[in-house]
Design a protein around this ligand. Structure first.
Ligand code: ZN
Length: 406
């Protein structure tokens, strides 16, 4: 049976043409700022904020069940952290336990983390495991090239021991139409500061290069990245945890006015990063690193452009209905997003299909002809797609704060 179109009205709908008050959708967005049509399931949102489903531009989906790990207060370079982690992975019983879970379950927790925070598309940094291709809670960028970093080309980076990858070979093997993902300058020492020059000498800084972290980049380095058409994924929570510093984003913007569209936000995994993308946004604003208004493009239009996802990151007629609805928590929609936590998420729909909703929006599940199950997320009652709730119950790893009815 076909799903019934849904009309969300009396809302603050963030579109690339400004704020609208209504949006109608089925699998795709049907219209913006129009009255409901006969047969629509109509939802009055009481000024709640409708955003494009968020894009998390950097995660390692299989690493979100460990919690934060490090052996020293501050590192000069992420490669020192990797060197510290290697023996711990072999010898620490709790880490061995974490590695023993099925990869499908580990990846699922990464997907669930993203979905519950309003992310509908994530850029996974590591191989595109088969488990990510089928019935995964969020969309995962499928067309990409990657290598771990200049410092970890031959050592294991993937969950099954896959190598970090020869940067030159991987870059050349990546179509210029697809993003090439690489950790770069993840440190404050000289080795990190030298990495961009090294990448340029190797001929691997291209228009499709998506550089992750960039903490060791100077203003002049950054301007060269922008001139080349490349961009940065900024993960401030992870950087502050590991390195005690992050990329000077404000300085970058002052140095190079074109920067505005070239920076996106990523969580990294919970091994070093924030709890989820909502948490990451808050960390960045509360640390005085950016204004709320700057945050929205970093999790919508900028990653859509850099990751070559023309359908994602905005609400417009004809595009996929990947939507996030959050409670209105401030006058400005961007400020509401910064203030939002998982309990403030009223709806996440992927391709129009509701996966998480507030009980007040129960009708969206009926309109989509999909059953829903009551759960508690951080103490708040929510509805989850019943298939997703069953998958949570089958998963050997517990996602913190999520309680399904037994
Ligand atoms: Zn990473």
């Amino acid at each position: 049976m076909f799903a019934q179109p849904v009309a969300l009205r009396h809302a603050q709908v963030v579109t690339d043409r400004g704020i609208a008050t209504a949006v109608r959708y089925g699998t795709n967005v049907l219209s913006v700022d129009t009255a409901p049509s006969p047969g629509d399931h109509v939802v009055d949102l009481d000024d709640a904020v409708v955003l494009p489903g968020l894009i998390n531009a950097h995660d390692h989906l299989e690493l979100n069940h460990y919690g934060r790990l490090k052996c020293r207060p501050v590192y000069g370079n992420a490669s020192q952290w990797i060197d510290d982690m290697r023996p711990r992975l072999r010898n620490d019983p709790s880490l061995q336990c974490g590695q023993a879970f099925r990869l499908a379950d580990r990846l699922f927790i990464g997907g669930l983390k993203n979905l519950l925070s309003g992310v509908t598309t994530v850029a996974h940094h590591n191989p595109l495991y088969p488990e990510l291709r089928f019935r995964f809670p969020v969309r995962v960028v499928r067309r990409y090239g990657w290598a771990h970093s200049l410092g970890l080309q031959h050592g294991a980076a993937g969950a099954r021991g896959e190598p970090g990858g020869d940067v030159v070979a991987r870059f050349r093997a990546t179509s210029p139409e697809h993003p090439f993902l690489l950790h770069l300058a993840e440190g404050t020492d000289q080795a990190a500061r030298d990495e961009l020059g090294q990448l340029e000498r190797l001929g691997c800084l291209g228009e499709n290069s998506v550089l992750v972290h960039g903490v060791g980049l100077s203003d002049a380095d950054w301007c060269r990245v922008v001139r080349r058409g490349a961009g940065l994924v900024w993960c401030p929570a992870s950087n502050l945890f590991l390195l005690g510093q992050t990329a000077p984003i404000r300085q970058f913007r002052d140095a190079c006015p074109m920067s505005r569209t070239r920076i996106c936000l990523g969580t990294d995994s919970r091994v070093t990063g924030s709890f989820d993308l909502l948490d990451e946004l808050r960390v960045a604003v509360e640390a005085g690193l950016m204004e709320p208004a700057e945050a929205l493009p970093m999790v919508t239009t900028n990653p859509a452009r850099m990751l070559r996802l023309p359908d994602a990151g905005r609400i417009a007629t004809g595009l996929k209905a990947d939507l996030l609805v959050i409670r209105r928590l401030a006058d400005d929609p961007a400020a509401s997003l910064i203030a939002a936590r998982r309990r403030d998420v009223l709806l996440v729909a992927v391709g129009g299909r509701p996966l998480v909703a507030d009980p007040e929006l129960a009708g969206v599940f009926a309109a989509h002809r999909h059953p829903a199950t009551l759960v508690r997320i951080d103490g708040a009652v929510k509805l989850l797609d019943a298939g997703l709730a069953r998958r949570i119950q089958r998963c050997a790893i517990h996602e913190q704060g999520v309680e399904c009815e037994k």
